[in-house]
Design a protein around this ligand. Structure first.
Ligand code: MCN
Ligand code: CUN
Length: 773
């Protein structure tokens, strides 16, 4: 632990020897493609599949009515809603899957897609959630009769209103967190192989949560759970988008059942981007109040959340908006209130993806932006305002006014370190001088607090499945280890870091430890990888299972050494007799004895399983500082420097953590400057492919500087906290704060993401700051 060993998974991947879903080729395998809706909202008057069926190579054509016969035209989502698999009456978003074509090869399937004749009657669509919540809005979901999904609130509204009324200064700011797509390298897909003789389904699929999917599949299809095997092979990025269940998985399975052949479905990019789950789409109105000296007295946030046509969030909390109530962030606030109203619109489902920690992205963005807006209003330095209001280090564990118990933190230390690294005081002087010369430069801070690691099972479940996670460790006679986990890496490096945890606990070299995940037939039950939960849950389980093995190893060692257990001492990888260090047995010798010479009364073998239910979430945090220079001609904001100081407690592998942070910063950068999916009034999608959805490449991406502080988690067996999403959660506020900081002197209080040159140029023009060509 604490060593930057290279990732064990990489040699295979970089030599092209990975095993992704599309690498699976089975005898007689067929291919599935979809006819998709050109309309956002339309009645289906008729579907004629004759021409498609007549095309050579087409084996089956599957419509919503076919699924209806099987009770599979609608299925439950992970958020207690239902979603259409294929429509029978109307379509509810553009690019929705309408008819599935199963053919002998991909090309025949794609050709047949163009031969299905569907008569639509377009209906008025609603793509704006505010309009969706108005009385005369078109209704997206006829089964619900309303576009209002839920109202949710946290905190004391009356006390917060009173604190706001009693304060010296109040500022308000509206802000929109745009709809974005994770754009993983590998699109979603599966291979479904139903064996009619055994009644057994094997489903290789791009899912982050194989066990949960299997249980839900068993309940929905009535195929017994022991006859369903879900395998998540290598996954080319998930980022939350692969927790959701998509029609492709179900129609491929039905296709295999109907044809008796394996069926493969792989989304094209331009199918995937506009139809799979998106992130964010949160319209927030913030209000923050303070005393003249900068003491923050209250925070109030009102939000309209756009969920698209189905509420499908894989949200393991009892709160419909995930962990948004972490919105008081790093600040010691006495009064806070937040409320969210969620709407159905004619868009695909989503909201909780894209390294979000379940709406923590939105919460951090709004509080970190509001603090900056307040600082500018007060004429106070944003760093000073933060320092003044941080939860002091000595107040941990800290109970927030909205109900969370933060485990540990030292926020001022992280901010101080970031300020020193970047030379904050000098930058402020430089900014002042540049402004006199008419040059625009801005400095943006974000001091975020994350909440990850779901979770304590009393508060966290998916459809009743409790959010623990698991590790199973088997030591074989020669001391080599096979370990299996209920989580599923999509690129996070679990094969390496779990091996490091076991190595730390048992002193067995990492190269002797194999880590397996993602096969429901072999791995112990677990809820999967998302919410940066793997280290807090399955990582802890790896520790606990190792310790169980150590307890048994001690018994065997005592027997072998003819000593009493109490007289044995553990050092990494070895028990020895107290006082005579040369008299000892290595873990490998003990493993061999466990199968060849185990003590009477002790079971043979050396293995353990642990299901770890964490006592609390983990609360990683950090302070990021961004410096931007703005071109008054083009409106381009260029990130000159970006320092990220992260604290995720004790670190298992610094190299992997740095990789996680740099990757997540790049995604935060993309969110802030480039990415956005938009819809026009009729629900036509813009940004549904890589021609007009911009993601950062190595060319645009700034050079990240990273650093850390270490505040161990008090309740995790290794003192670690999760980290996978921290930098995506924390960084957008730093980028936007930097751009607004450059412009604030002119009275600009906010510019919406993505901060493209066009938007910044427009803001400059409005204030007479733009240079003419
Ligand atoms: N780690 C560590 N020390 C710590 C904390 C974590 O060495 N103190 C290591 C872990 O052991 C693990 C990695 O860092 O190898 C991330 O751990 P963790 O924070 O527990 O997060 P998860 O493994 O649960 O990954 C989920 C998280 C989420 S929710 C998204 S979204 C995301 C992310 O990880 N998706 C990713 N990072 C991603 N990285 C890649 N390459 N691909 C994705 O799809
Ligand atoms: Cu919110 S994206 Mo991650 O939790 O899989």
């Amino acid at each position: 632990m604490g060593h930057s060993i290279k990732r064990k998974e990489d040699p295979l991947l970089i030599r092209g020897r990975g095993h992704f879903v599309d690498d699976i080729k089975l005898n007689g395998m067929l291919f599935l493609d979809f006819v998709r809706s050109p309309y956002a909202h339309a009645k289906i008057k008729s579907i004629n599949t004759d021409r498609a069926k007549a095309l050579p190579g087409v084996v089956a054509v599957i419509t919503g009515n076919d699924l209806k016969g099987l009770g599979l035209d609608w299925i439950p989502t992970l958020a207690y809603d239902n979603m259409m698999v294929l429509p029978t009456e109307k379509v509810v978003f553009q690019q929705q899957e309408v008819v599935g074509i199963v053919a002998t090869d991909r090309y025949a399937a794609a050709d047949a897609v163009t031969l299905v004749d569907i008569e639509y009657e377009p209906l008025p669509a609603v793509s704006d959630p505010f309009k969706a919540l108005e009385k005369d809005s078109p209704i997206v979901r006829d089964d619900k009769g309303t576009n209002h999904i839920f109202h949710w609130e946290a905190g004391d509204r009356a006390l917060t209103d009173k604190a706001i009324a009693d304060s010296d200064i109040v500022v308000k700011q509206d802000m929109y967190y745009p709809r974005i797509h994770v754009s993983y390298m590998e699109t979603c897909g599966c291979v479904a192989d139903f064996d009619p003789v055994e009644g057994h389904l094997t489903l290789w699929m791009t899912t982050q949560a194989p066990h949960a999917v299997r249980t839900v599949a068993a309940l929905v299809t009535k195929i017994p759970e022991n006859k369903i095997r879900i395998i998540s092979p290598d996954i080319g990025g998930g980022f939350g988008g692969k927790v959701y269940v998509y029609p492709g998985y179900i129609v491929a399975t039905v296709g295999s059942i109907l044809t008796g052949h394996p069926v493969k479905w792989i989304n094209d990019r331009s199918d995937d981007q506009p139809s799979t789950a998106f992130g964010r789409d949160f319209h927030m109105s913030g209000e923050i109040a303070a005393k003249k000296d900068g003491t923050i007295t209250a925070l109030k946030i009102k939000t309209i959340s756009d969920h698209g046509a189905f509420h499908g969030d894989a949200n393991p909390t009892k709160f419909p908006v995930g962990l948004f109530s972490i919105v008081t962030g790093s600040y010691d606030l006495k009064n806070a209130f937040c409320e969210v109203d969620a709407a159905y619109t004619n868009k695909p489902q989503g909201g909780i993806t894209y390294r979000c920690s379940f709406r923590v992205t939105e919460a951090v963005y709004v509080v970190e932006r509001m603090v900056d807006v307040l600082a500018h209003k007060l004429g106070m330095d944003p760093a000073e305002l933060r320092m003044k209001n941080f939860i002091p280090a000595e107040k941990f564990p800290y109970k927030s006014v909205l109900g969370w118990t933060y485990d540990s933190g030292n926020y001022s230390a992280a901010l101080k370190k970031a300020m020193e690294r970047i030379g904050y005081a000098d930058l402020r002087k430089e900014q002042e001088e540049k402004r006199k010369k008419g040059e625009l430069m801005g400095i943006g801070i974000s001091s975020f607090t994350e909440i990850v690691g779901a979770g304590p099972s009393h508060d966290f479940d998916i459809l009743g499945l409790k959010m623990f996670d698991s590790a199973e460790i088997r030591i074989h006679p020669t001391g080599k280890v096979i370990s299996r986990f209920g989580t599923k890496s999509q690129g996070q490096g679990h094969q390496t870091t779990y091996a490091q945890i076991i190595a730390e606990e048992l002193g067995i070299p990492t190269e002797d430890i194999t880590v397996e995940e993602g096969d429901t037939d072999t791995a112990p039950y677990g809820l999967g990888t998302y919410a940066s939960r793997s280290t807090p849950t399955a990582g802890a389980a790896a520790s606990m299972a190792s310790r169980k093995i150590r307890d048994k190893a001690k018994k065997i060692a005592a027997y072998l050494l003819e000593a009493r257990e109490e007289d044995l001492e553990w050092e990494r990888g070895r028990f020895y007799v107290k006082g005579s260090p040369s008299k000892g047995k290595t873990i490998q010798e003990i493993a061999f004895a466990a199968y060849t010479n185990h003590p009477p009364g002790v079971e043979a073998g050396l293995e353990a399983v642990d299901y770890y239910d964490p006592p609390n979430m983990t609360f990683p945090f950090g302070s990021y500082i961004c410096v931007v220079d703005i071109d008054r001609g083009t409106g381009e904001a260029k990130v000159r420097r970006f320092i990220a100081v992260d604290d995720c407690g004790n670190i298992i592998n610094p190299l992997i953590v740095d990789g996680q942070i740099q990757g997540a910063l790049t995604m935060g950068f993309g969110t802030s400057f480039l990415e956005e999916i938009k819809y026009d009034e009729d629900g036509n999608v813009f940004g549904g492919n890589f021609m007009d959805y911009l993601i950062p490449t190595a060319v645009e991406t700034p050079k990240w500087e990273t650093d850390k502080t270490v505040t161990p988690c008090p309740h995790h067996p290794l003192g670690t906290k999760g980290v996978g999403e921290s930098a995506t959660v924390g960084s957008p506020a730093a980028f936007v704060n930097a751009v607004v900081d450059a412009l604030a002197f002119s009275g600009i209080t906010h510019v919406e993401m993505p901060l493209n040159p066009w938007k910044i140029r427009k803001a400059l023009e409005e204030k007479g700051l733009a240079l003419e060509n």
